[in-house]
Design a protein around this ligand. Sequence first.
Ligand code: FES
Ligand code: FES
Length: 186
Amino acid sequence: MKKVKSDKLATKAKSATKAKSAKKKDSNLVSINFSLNGKQVGVRVHPMDRLLDVLRDELGHFGTKEGCGEGECGACSVLIDDELVNTCLVPVLQVSGRKIRTIEALKGGKELAALQNAFVVQNGTQCGFCTPGMIMAAVHLLETNAQPSEEQIREAMAGNLCRCTGYVKIVKAVQMAAEEIGGGLL
Ligand code: FES
Ligand code: FES
C-alpha cells in the first residue's frame, strides 16, 4: 500500500517538473511587469492568462478568491489603478504597467482595521469567502465617498454576492467603518 502511495507521489512530482520545464520552453510566454501592492513585480505568463490565476498561482496572493469565474460574484475583486475590477475577467496583458491593490495591500492599514473590526462586530462575515472582495469594494467606495448613504453602500456592493449573511450586516459593517474612518481615506 505504502509503495503505491510513494509511486503516485513520485509520478505527481515528475509531471509537475515536466510542466515547469515545458513552461520554461514555451515560446508563447511574455514578460509582464506591474505594481502589486506598492512593489514592482514581473511574471512570465501567457498574455491571456487570467489576472486572478496570475495573482494566486504565480504571485501567491491567495486573498483574492475565485467564486463564479464569470464576473458575477465579485469574490475576485481587486483595485486596478483605483478602479474595482473582477480579476477573473481580466487577461494579465491588460495590467502591464498598471497599479494593482489586493486585499493583502491593506494589511496593517487603518482601512482594513476599521473594516475588519466592523465586519466582526456586525457579524458581516460567516464563511468568509466573499469577504476579501466585499472589503475591496468597500475600500473603493470609501476612497471615493467617505460618508456614503445606505443606498450608496448597497449600490457600491451590488456586484459582490454573499451566500451567508443576507447583506444587512454587511451594509451595517460598511456604515460603521465609514463612521470610524470619518473621511480619513480621502
Ligand atoms: S470569481 Fe470573478 S466575479 Fe466571481
Ligand atoms: S460570508 Fe459566506 S459567502 Fe459571504
